[in-house]
Structures are given as C-alpha cells and as structure tokens.
Design a protein around this ligand. Structure first.
Ligand SMILES: Nc1ncnc2c1ncn2[C@@H]1O[C@H](COP(=O)(O)OP(=O)(O)OP(=O)(O)O)[C@@H](O)[C@H]1O
Ligand SMILES: [Mg+2]
Length: 257
C-alpha cells in the first residue's frame, strides 16, 4: 500500500475524513504501529500499517494467529493507543487521546462484538442490551426491543443467555452493539464459536446492518467469510500484505466452510 509520509489527513466539517482516495473515510490509519514490551521482550504487533475504510464498507481482516488482527481492531476501537502513527476514526484523530478520551470515543462511536459473546448471565437478553445502551442514553425499553428485533430475537427478549443457543447469544451481543447506534461495528471472530448454519445467521445480521449503511469490520481466521466483504485485508507479522476488492460480494447464505 502507498505510504503518505507526514502528510496529515483532512477532517471535513461533517466529520468525515478526506482519505487517500478522496472519498469519505470511516477509518484511516497512517503508519500505525503497536509495540508491546521493551528490549528482548519487544513484540511488534503492528508495523507501520496504512489502511482506509470507507463509510458503509464491509471489510474482512484475515491472517494467521498472531498476525496483528485483534491489535488493529483494538487501535481502531480505541481500546489501546498506537505506539506511533495516526488513527482517525469516527471523524476524529484518536491517536493522541488519553484513557478518558478513548472511553468516550468507544462509548459514542463503536459497537464491539467478540467471539465469546460476553453477555451477563444473570440478565435477560433485553436487559443485556439495555445495560450497554444506557451508557449513551439509549437504554429505554423500546429502543432495546428494536435492536433485538433487528437481529430476529424479539420473541426471546425475556430469556437468559443460558436459555439461548450460541447463535442467539451472539445475535444478542450484536443487538447490544447496535443499540448505541454506533458509526462503526467492530467484530472479532463473531462466528468463531459457531457452527456453519448458526454462523451464517450471524453473518446475515451483519450483512443486513451493513446494507443499512453501517461500516462493519470483521476479524476472522475463516477465509470463506471474505466472500461477503467489499474488501479483504490480509495481514502477516503485523503488516498488511494484501488488499483485495470483491466487485459483487456474496450473500451470507452463499458462504460455506
Ligand atoms: N498485551 C500484549 N502484550 C504483549 N504482546 C501482545 C499483547 N497483545 C498482543 N500481543 C502480541 O502481538 C501479536 C499480535 O497479536 P494479536 O492478538 O493482534 O494477533 P491476532 O492476529 O489477533 O491473533 P489470533 O488470530 O490468534 O487472535 C502477537 O504476537 C501477540 O502475542
Ligand atoms: Mg485475535
């Protein structure tokens, strides 16, 4: 990918970013680096990564274990700051933000979906959704019910996680992420714990949300999932080694693994 030296990204008034292609960017990384530890224990999790994700894009990040996929998602999601370089997301430069700034950015801009759902076992599906939505003032019952309906779980609102299948739990986790109306939906192995049929159901929900205009990033080991993405980013040893564009992405129902 092209490098852009010290050139700064241009933030537009409407909060979008004028990226390398001149189109509005949802995410822009320039020379983003993440190094853990020091001296002999130094690990270069990300090495000078440049990446632009356009608004409304569905991007799949592929790569072997340890290649830096989760680290990249964590920088974009404001979970961790980069060691060096720029990370622009949600219309702002988040590279220099401190802990409080990143917390506010995550709360207002990002929906996270993880491999192991992370639902609170003692709360119902609806209560799990409301819990997170409350942080952004969207915790009212009706709004949470809409989010559950969007993932096809309106009927299961009163069920506890233990009463739901794996795919249903993951869909609750997606409902929880979208109830905040986040600009960015970041998913780390969202189908990793699921069988094919259940995984497809989850991908279908993500694809629908993307078609409604949300920007979606999915990290996975599973190359088959790339078929539904607009673009596939392949990582190896902390670097982006290949970016491919899919002209006519498949539907989730056509994916098999
Ligand atoms: N907090 C940390 N401290 C030290 N090293 C870390 C830390 N987090 C990640 N790493 C290292 O950074 C590298 C990239 O890790 P990362 O979790 O991004 O990989 P990944 O591509 O998501 O792998 P997987 O597919 O196994 O989840 C790995 O070598 C990992 O050991
Ligand atoms: Mg990972």
């Amino acid at each position: 990918m092209a490098r852009h030296g010290n050139e700064r990204a241009v933030l537009r008034e409407d909060g979008t970013v004028e990226g390398t292609a001149g189109a509005p960017a949802a995410v822009l990384l320039r020379g983003a680096r993440k190094t853990y530890g020091t001296g002999h224990a130094e690990v270069h999790a990300l090495r000078d990564v440049d990446l632009e994700v356009r608004r409304g894009e569905f991007v799949v990040l592929l790569g072997p274990s340890g290649s830096g996929k989760t680290t990249l998602l964590n920088l974009i999601g404001g979970i961790e700051p980069p060691t060096a370089g720029e990370v622009i997301a949600g219309g702002r430069d988040i590279s220099g933000l401190g802990e409080d700034g990143r917390t506010a950015y995550r709360r207002d801009t990002v929906g996270f979906v993880f491999q192991f759902f992370n639902l609170v076992p003692s709360l119902t599906a609806l209560e799990n959704v409301r819990l997170v939505a409350e942080l952004t003032g969207r915790g009212d019952r009706e709004h949470a019910e809409k989010a559950l309906a969007a993932v096809g779980l309106a009927e299961r609102a009163g069920h506890f996680p233990a009463q739901l299948s794996g795919g249903e739990q993951q869909r609750v986790a997606i409902a929880r992420a979208i109830a905040k109306d986040p600009a960015l939906l970041l998913c780390d192995e969202p189908t990793g714990a699921l069988d094919l049929e259940t995984g497809r159901g989850v991908l279908r929900v993500l694809q629908d949300l993307n078609r409604e205009g949300r920007t979606v990033l999915v990290v996975t080991h599973n190359a088959a999932i790339a078929a539904i993405a607009h673009r596939t980013v392949r990582m190896r040893s902390g670097r982006i080694v290949e970016v491919t564009t899919t002209e006519a992405p498949a539907t989730a129902d056509e994916v098999a693994w």
